[in-house]
Design a protein around this ligand. Structure first.
Ligand SMILES: C[S@@+](CC[C@H](N)C(=O)[O-])C[C@H]1O[C@@H](n2cnc3c(N)ncnc32)[C@H](O)[C@@H]1O
Length: 273
């Protein structure tokens, strides 16, 4: 499918799925390839034929919805965010948890892709913070709508390219390598609960001290869907808990109950108690 035809098609289809075109503009290639493959599989000529097909086969919307999942991720993505967490914000959360007599800081990686974000958090905790908070665990619930993404996350093996932003010392500590693959070691897999969940319908049970919702809801979903997801995330977040967005994301304009603790890294704290 030609790019202009794909753009026309997406600008028509995305709002019907409560998704927003501006979020897809730069990364549409991934979706256009899948749509092109789907047209060939169905024996359809173009976007117009696919529109008609969608009209006649409502179940196809589910297929299209799944094709619209952008799956790009990497370890230590936007490293400044993780550095800020490591330097001040996680230790602060850990002290609060200790004062409450808790034995765990609970985290949720929403839209976890192949596990890069959840494992990054685990690595920085075990490498840098665990020794300062020896009685505190860092359990992570990691959710994604894509079953194959979660299979890769559970397997925990990656090409060197997805690790390129991680410091070498952390790679050596956290991965074993063979056949050009880097597989996360057992100690870093412990305490991560992988779940196939669609964030539009299901939210894992809180309360969480930290929610990472980066490069998903606030990029790809339309405003009403953003608000609905945010309401459920807010409920699942402990007072003073942190909500991390992607580098280019922001909460809906009229959002109350959060303060922006780091504008550059899009880190919000829940203030309404
Ligand atoms: C662009 S990746 C972001 C990965 C990671 N959070 C990051 O920032 O590197 C978005 C992920 O969200 C997942 N996703 C898309 N729609 C979803 C939905 N409705 N519910 C849960 N996960 C979804 C995709 O499968 C993909 O793995």
């Amino acid at each position: 499918m030609k790019d202009t035809a794909c753009v026309d098609f997406l600008q028509w289809a995305l709002p019907k799925l409560h998704l927003r075109w501006p979020g897809f503009r730069k990364v549409r290639g991934q979706v256009c390839k899948r749509v092109g493959r789907r047209l060939r599989a169905l024996g359809l000529d173009d976007g117009a034929a696919y529109r008609a097909y969608l009209g006649a086969h409502p179940a196809e919307w589910e297929v299209l919805d799944a094709m619209c999942r952008i799956t790009i991720s990497r370890f230590y993505r936007d490293r400044g965010v993780f550095d800020r967490l490591r330097a001040t914000l996680l230790p602060e959360q850990a002290r609060r948890a200790r004062e409450r007599g808790e034995t765990a800081l609970r985290c949720w990686s929403a839209g976890c892709a192949s596990g890069e974000e959840a494992y990054t958090l685990k690595i920085l905790w075990l490498q840098d913070l665990q020794s300062r908070f020896p009685h505190l665990g860092l359990p992570i619930t990691a959710t994604d709508a894509g079953g194959p993404m979660l299979e890769r996350a559970r397997r925990g093996c990656y090409p060197k390219g997805s690790l390129k932003e991680l410091p070498e010392a952390w790679i050596d500590a956290a991965f074993s390598s063979s056949d050009n693959e880097y597989c996360i070691r057992a100690a870093y897999r412990k305490g991560i609960d992988w779940r196939e969940q669609d964030i539009r319908r299901t939210t894992p049970e809180g309360p969480f001290d930290l929610i990472l919702c980066r490069n998903l809801v606030f990029t790809y979903f339309d405003a009403p869907l953003q608000r609905a997801c945010l309401a459920r995330m807010t409920d699942g977040l402990r007072p003073h808990g942190l909500l991390l967005l992607g580098k280019h994301e922001t909460l809906p304009e009229d959002t109350a109950g959060f303060t922006l603790v780091d504008a550059h890294h899009r880190i919000y704290e829940k203030i309404r108690v």
